[in-house]
Write a protein that binds this ligand. Structure first.
Ligand code: ADP
Ligand code: MG
Length: 215
């Protein structure tokens, strides 16, 4: 079980991870899109780092925290990633309403609700070479780890591993959603930037869970 202390540590870790990898994300997006994914996500993450202290002081309901993040993504991230990540957080927030602490199972439920939201908004499914190629497998792996009674850090690690495989899978397929679909077959061989961001987010959450010893 974890409280808001972990959520804020995780949001900070996610922001720093994305800022650290912004060039890599731009590079990936440059190959199959317009090269702005890292810049979009990093600029937003910089603002979030500034806002986190006030947010931590004023909110302790996970539903409200995720809702805030969702609205900020929609208003603050350029490109199609804004509404997509925004929907992820908004749906995760709806699934977390009224919670001031969470069990690992609650987190996985919120994550899966967010994934379904992204998939519905983007009309994207696994195999379309988008962020959901990392999200759906990560959600399934985390759910299986919950059912096996693993610790929260182990659950996140299983999500990281599945997202990593999902990211590798995106290299092998042609994009049929988003900007990368415009280049057709030429998208094959390139890694999806949005799926990579999901992997970075889960990695950051895993590291934060280890650091805070979340059970
Ligand atoms: P844009 O494509 O508008 O430049 P970004 O470069 O910030 O936006 O984000 C691109 C990422 O968004 C892609 O790598 C992909 O993972 C994700 N994406 C794009 N379209 C969709 C969609 N329809 N469904 C899910 N994810 C998508
Ligand atoms: Mg782009």
């Amino acid at each position: 079980m974890f409280g808001k202390e972990y959520i804020f540590a995780a949001l900070e870790a996610i922001s720093r991870e994305i800022i650290e990898h912004q060039e890599e994300l731009n590079h990936l997006d440059n190959a199959i899109g317009d090269g702005d994914h890292g810049t979009n996500m990093a600029r937003f993450s910089q603002s979030i780092l500034q806002e986190l202290p006030d947010l931590a002081a004023s909110k302790d309901d996970f539903g409200e925290i995720f809702h805030y993040m969702g609205m900020r993504c929609i208003n603050g991230i350029g490109g199609s990633a804004g509404p997509l990540f925004g929907t992820f957080y908004l749906r995760a927030g709806m699934a977390s309403q009224g919670k001031k602490s969470m069990e690992a199972a609650d987190w996985v439920m919120a994550f899966n609700a967010g994934t379904i939201g992204v998939s519905q908004l983007g009309k994207s499914n696994e195999g379309d070479k988008t962020m959901v190629d990392a999200m759906f497998p990560a959600g399934r792996a985390m759910q299986a780890a919950v059912e096996e009674g693993r610790s929260f850090a182990e659950i996140l690690l299983s999500g990281v591993e599945a997202a990593q495989n999902g990211v590798e899978y995106t290299k092998t397929i042609q994009a049929s959603r988003g900007r990368a679909s415009y280049i057709g077959m030429r998208s094959i061989g390139h890694q999806d930037p949005g799926a990579t961001t999901i992997l970075l987010m889960l990695q950051a959450m895993y590291k934060a869970a280890q650091k805070l010893n979340v059970e």
